[in-house]
Design a protein around this ligand. Structure first.
Ligand code: C2E
Ligand code: MG
Ligand code: MG
Ligand code: MG
Length: 288
């Protein structure tokens, strides 16, 4: 999409973030990379929040923060468009740090406003996870915002953990010591073996939405979903089904004792204000 490359900005400090050999450095990429860098400076990124629901009680248990780029010309650009380039260029590191700070800061505001405690999940890219100072960055975010560490959930994908699993395990233990929770995102799509899973100190598995999509018609997807739920239970992990779009899917999962769900059936990712109006205000009412 050439529209994305319209930025006339002169290449600037963004070079600093470029890692040699991490992707082809075309003229378009340099312009786009620069636009991304400026977006961070100009505060053009926004977080949307997708509710995570306990289907048994109907209550909101947490949200997942999902980034969008509020581009002055293009409007809201989804992460699938710019996260890959941010990852290739290393810009994902400062962007990801902004995400953690913004998400934790938002949660703090909600807690201070008297809304019931919920969890806040953020996605971590491989490049972030492999930063030497990730643990101290997370620690600083927790200190600066003052949120209870246990409310902060970091989502990693299986493949991220398999890249250098010894190092991953060590980093995860250091994160866990801070009190934050770790979740494996898009679970079932990667290469981790079931036996391997118990080596990772994760508290939650998120069943990838590709298994949920055809849950009602596809025996294999149902078998896989059942297996993941059972396995998570045996390992003492929570399980969240992603991409729940219909009531039959939700009902099926509930019969399998998977009651934590996220998906369009409940809500797409929405701005903070909308989450307050449509979810948090009701929850506050329920506390009284
Ligand atoms: P993810 O972490 O697996 O997030 C779930 C994605 O599925 C979101 O897409 C969400 O809008 C979408 N989704 C949720 N429910 C449904 C549903 O019922 N049906 C369908 N079809 N889709 C649903 P989104 O927001 O476009 O994000 C895509 C991916 O971009 C995320 O996948 C995550 O990997 C990445 N991403 C988003 N925000 C961040 C971020 O702040 N940092 C990093 N590193 N990656 C991010
Ligand atoms: Mg996620
Ligand atoms: Mg996912
Ligand atoms: Mg993902």
């Amino acid at each position: 999409d050439t529209a994305m490359y319209r930025s006339k900005e002169v290449a600037g400090g963004s070079f600093h973030f470029y890692h040699e050999g991490m992707g082809r450095r075309t003229v378009e990429n340099v312009k786009y990379e620069n636009a991304l860098y400026r977006a961070l400076e100009r505060d053009e990124f926004v977080l949307f929040y997708q509710p995570q629901i306990d289907y048994c009680s109907g209550r909101l248990t947490g949200v997942e923060a999902l980034i969008r780029w509020n581009h002055p010309v293009e409007g809201l650009v989804p992460p699938g468009i710019f996260i890959p380039l941010a990852e290739q260029t290393g810009l994902i590191v400062p962007i990801g740090e902004w995400v953690m700070r913004e998400a934790a800061g938002q949660l703090k505001k909600w807690l201070d406003a008297g809304y019931p405690p919920i969890s806040m999940a953020v996605n971590l890219s491989a490049a972030q996870f492999e930063q030497d100072d990730l643990v101290s960055v997370v620690e600083r975010v927790l200190e600066e915002t003052g949120i209870p560490p246990g409310t902060f959930h970091l989502e990693l994908t299986e493949n991220q953990l398999m890249r250098d699993s010894e190092l991953a395990i060590e980093t995860m233990h250091r994160l866990k010591k801070l009190g934050v929770h770790l979740a494996i995102d898009d679970f079932g799509t990667g290469y981790s073996s079931l036996g391997y899973l118990q080596k990772f100190p994760v508290s939650t598995l998120k069943i990838d939405r590709s298994f949920i999509r055809d849950l009602m018609d596809d025996d294999d997807d149902r078998a896989l979903t059942d297996t993941i739920i059972t396995m998570a239970g045996n390992l003492g992990m929570k399980v969240i089904a992603e991409g729940v779009e219909t009531k039959p899917q939700a009902d099926y999962l509930a019969t399998r004792k998977c009651t934590l769900m996220q998906g369009y059936f409940f809500s797409p990712p929405i701005p903070a204000r909308q989450l307050e109006k449509e979810f948090l205000k009701n929850e506050k009412g329920m506390l009284k």
